[in-house]
Design a protein around this ligand. Structure first.
Ligand code: ADP
Ligand code: MG
Ligand code: ZN
Length: 491
């Protein structure tokens, strides 16, 4: 960014909570069904129908709030947010306003600026204040077909109307696009981790808006903010923010001024474009939803939810660093998904050494999983079998290079480490008697070298090792060969 300028960013995330049914009716939340198949008088907004709050939404909302360090309010109020749009049949969205489900979160995450190639520079801790997480219903979808002004049809699919959302709003605490990027990734992972949301941006069950402004360093007041929408991946969001920072600085430096508006990111053109200005902004006329009582959440309920929460990703990452002596980047990769972290910990238990297990999971196993497009849970090689393989390396039965091939084969066939090693005839000769025999032969066959070695030319040790390995066709266990040679040569 240009010298002398500072960026201010605040983020709003909408995450669909993973319930089977909608927030105020029993309709299914299944994705991809026939349009309007999953609707009823409540989510169609028919007169006389009444909403009933889905208890599971409250549980998952609580899991999400606890995962992000928010305080859950004992009492919260649903409110009507009024606006007209074809995908909103009631003419209002049931949301929360001045008494939200949870507030005042604080999160410490790790963040890093990236170089030109997108590689992280130095990781550092970063604190963000989360203003609130509230519960609300989603709207339906408008589907447009044909060419504008020629043969255009618009359809309305209300399957999504009434699916539960958690809206998560931060304070304007971000100072760079990469901080925002690391935060959104953290939230996605945390929500998946506790089972609150699938948080998949491609499927649209996590959506993100970025509020961006710039000011000259030293200015007390924030600049005018612009809201960015249509950010279909975390990387798109990061790029959109970068573009917007430049645009705003250039605008101000050339004598213009930023207007408060909503802009859409156009990934193809790599630019943001105006969508609506503040003048066209809605006045939502919020008022308390008369058809729903206040939501009361007892301390007991919160404790029940807390008791079923897994160890959170941040805590687990720190524990991996402390307990298994992993680097931050290894620990962060291994805690990028709960299934992967679980896999790693099971592998550690079955392995000779935690660092080696980390290396193998991070490089060899992940490469196979990614190529096969599988998650760690579905790995054809169990963590116990991976540990078994690492033991054979540790014991010197096979070397690391052979083990890598064995792992690939195990992955392909689902066979055990021992089975693959047997089949490939990789088993090392570890029988001391047999190795002794070869060692004796080699020593007898090389009297000159023996004499020189005994006279102090210790470099010849490697020669003897080589001869023994050659005589065993590479199968002798090098560790034992070394031990036996040392003993016999110095006799
Ligand atoms: P609005 O009423 O326009 O939705 P809010 O006060 O609710 O505005 O803030 C929405 C988001 O914008 C929050 O994440 C907040 O942190 C962020 N925000 C507020 N002011 C600024 C600013 N000047 N620059 C960047 N982000 C801001
Ligand atoms: Mg807002
Ligand atoms: Zn319904």
């Amino acid at each position: 960014m240009k010298d002398g300028w500072e960026t201010i960013i605040g983020l709003e995330i909408h995450a669909q909570l993973s319930t089977e049914s909608k927030i105020f009716c029993g309709c299914s939340t299944r994705f991809g069904d026939e349009p309007n198949a999953n609707t009823c008088p409540v989510c169609l907004g028919l007169p006389g129908s009444l909403p009933v709050l889905n208890r599971r939404v409250v549980e998952l909302g609580a899991r999400a709030a606890l995962a992000l360090g928010l305080q859950i309010n004992e009492r919260s109020i649903f409110a009507r947010k009024n606006y007209f749009y074809p995908d909103l049949p009631k003419g209002y969205q049931i949301s929360q306003y001045d008494q939200p489900f949870s507030e005042r979160g604080e999160l410490e995450i790790m963040t890093a600026e990236r170089d030109e190639g997108g590689h992280p520079k130095e990781w550092r801790p970063f604190r963000i204040r989360i203003t609130r997480l509230h519960l609300e219903e989603d709207a339906g979808k408008n589907v447009h077909e044909g060419l504008p002004d020629v043969d255009r049809y618009s359809y309305i699919d209300l399957n999504r109307a009434g699916t539960p959302l958690a809206e998560i709003v931060t304070e304007p605490d971000f100072r760079s696009s990469w901080e925002a990027y690391d935060y959104v990734n953290y939230v996605r992972r945390a929500l998946q981790w506790v089972g609150a949301s699938e948080a998949d941006m491609e499927k649209g069950n996590l959506r993100c808006e970025a509020n961006v402004s710039v000011r000259r360093i030293g200015d007390e007041k924030f600049g005018t903010k612009v809201e960015l929408k249509n950010l279909n991946s975390v990387r798109f969001m990061q790029r959109a923010i970068e573009y917007e920072i430049e645009r705003q600085i250039n605008l101000i430096e050339s004598g213009g001024r930023v207007v408060q508006e909503t802009r859409l990111w156009d990934e193809r053109a790599q630019e943001t474009r105006p969508m609506r200005s503040k003048e066209e902004a809605h006045d939502y006329r919020y008022f308390p939803e008369p058809d729903l009582p206040p939501l009361v959440v007892t301390g007991e309920f919160i404790e029940t939810v807390r008791a079923t929460m897994p160890e959170l990703p941040g805590a687990r990452l720190r524990r991996f660093v402390d307990e298994y002596k992993l680097s931050h980047s290894d620990a962060s990769l291994l805690t990028s998904e709960r299934a992967l972290a679980d896999y790693y910990e099971r592998a550690v238990k079955a392995s000779p050494n935690a660092r080696a297990a980390a290396n193998w999971v991070r490089s060899e196993l992940l490469r196979e999983l990614e190529a096969a497009n599988l998650s760690a849970e579905a790995s054809p090689v169990s963590p116990e079998e991976l540990g078994r393989l690492l033991h054979t390396v540790e014991e010197g039965k096979i070397n690391a290079k052979q083990a890598k091939d064995v792992l690939v084969e195990m992955f392909k066939t689902g066979k055990s480490a021992d089975a693959v090693i047997q089949e490939r005839g990789l088993v090392q000769m570890s029988d001391e008697g047999e190795i002794d025999r070869i060692v004796d032969e080699v020593i007898t066959a090389n009297p000159k070298q023996l004499e020189q070695y005994r006279a102090g030319k210790e470099a010849l040790f490697g020669f003897f090792v080589g001869q023994v390995m050659k005589a065993s066709k590479g199968k002798a266990n090098p560790k034992i060969v070394n031990e036996r040679l040392k003993a016999k040569l110095s006799q």
